[in-house]
Design a protein around this ligand. Structure first.
Ligand code: PMV
Length: 355
């Protein structure tokens, strides 16, 4: 038996959904299809080092560090995922594992940190699977497997294993789409979406009062559940038509409708979830005014939190950044904003045999 310690690391980005996944069934399967943009700079870096156990027990052996410190809450989440994975990835029981993770942006503040962290972890586990089995998967199989594993940790994480525009959920008109894993969206070479940018306006870094798992659960007997399913299906079809036709007004209109609908669903849940803050609404009003006065195609979207993503295109940057600095930063916590853009997806940090 070999007792080498092997370390594998992945950097995985956050993503921002334009069509929101909201509500789930069974083992983390979505009630509706979703579509997102993978970001570039907002990333989680995760490393797993593993070594065969000396004693043969099938108890999981894990130490988890977040920014260098043990973090019992996150460790609990990861253990929950690993327990779920025991059947699918039986090898995890036979190794001592140490996982370290770092985010370069505030976690639990509605900036999809669970997406980047679960995607990075799933990629590490899939690489570990290749290492311990000694057999390499095809590139397609590798990412599909990682996406399915990431989905079990956090639904939106399934999309973060790919770069560019990504969908998740079975969509009748999309080849290879599935409820079990995400699929990269085939953007045309000349599409303007390749130069999409995202300024994240951080209204608050405080941990959000309603975790998304609670939000999804509130959809089960939500009075608008069926309406939401119909709306998401129709918005997704319209969004892909708009993307194919380079209809940027329509992309903006649907994305904003999705963001506001998500919060409307939250507010009409029982108990009600109110995550928007006065400064969130202040930012939305400013964006609307700016768009009306300049005629630009920029738009906003919001995840399950108070922070606003201002989506625009590279060629508008010279006008957009001064607008953000003058008009929007006063609404942000300590003037905090994240300057991000569409990204190419996760990055492997070379596997290493430590000793
Ligand atoms: O992946 P979860 O369970 O954290 O849910 C994410 C839900 C939204 O971020 C609000 C929408 C989405 O599709 O990313």
């Amino acid at each position: 038996m070999s007792h080498k310690t092997i370390e594998i690391g992945w950097k995985a980005p956050a993503n921002i959904a334009l069509i929101k996944y909201w509500g789930k069934r069974e083992e983390q399967l979505p009630e509706n299809g979703s579509l997102s943009i993978t970001l570039d700079r907002s990333v989680t870096t995760t490393r797993i080092s593993f070594r065969e156990k000396i004693n043969e027990t099938d108890e999981l052996s894990l130490e988890y560090y977040f920014h260098g410190q043990r973090h019992p809450a996150f460790e609990g989440k990861i253990l929950k995922l690993l327990h779920r994975l025991k059947l699918e990835m039986p090898f995890i029981s036979y190794y001592q594992m140490v996982i370290t993770s770092e985010n370069n942006f505030p976690h639990s503040a509605g900036i999809a940190s669970s997406a980047s962290s679960m995607a990075a972890l799933a990629l590490c586990l899939t690489s570990m699977e290749e290492q311990v089995s000694g057999s390499k998967m095809s590139k397609d199989d590798f990412y599909r497997r990682a996406s399915g594993i990431a989905r079990l940790g956090s639904g939106s994480a399934s999309r973060s294993v790919y770069g560019g525009v990504v969908t998740w959920g079975e969509i009748p008109f999309m080849a290879n789409s599935s409820d079990y894993f995400a699929t990269p969206y085939p953007l045309k070479k000349q599409s303007r979406l390749h130069q999409i940018r995202d300024i994240i306006l951080v209204v608050s870094t405080t941990e959000k009062p309603i975790p998304s798992s609670t939000g999804h659960a509130m959809m089960v007997d939500h009075p608008y559940r069926e309406g939401r399913r119909v709306q998401a299906k129709s918005n997704l079809a319209k969004m892909t038509t708009a993307i194919e036709a380079d209809n940027f007004r329509l992309i903006a209109e649907i994305a904003e409708n999705e963001a506001l609908s998500l919060h409307a669903l939250l507010m009409t849940s029982l108990p009600a979830g109110l995550l928007l803050q006065p400064n969130t609404l202040g930012i939305l009003a400013e964006i609307k005014l700016f768009r009306e006065s300049t005629g630009m195609d920029l738009f906003f979207t919001i995840d399950a939190g108070p922070n606003v993503h201002l989506i625009y295109y590279e060629e508008q940057r010279e006008q957009v950044v001064p607008f953000v600095q003058e008009r929007l930063l006063p609404y942000c916590e300590n003037g905090l904003w994240i300057d991000d853009k569409i990204g190419t997806g996760p990055l492997l940090i070379t596997p290493e045999i430590v000793h």
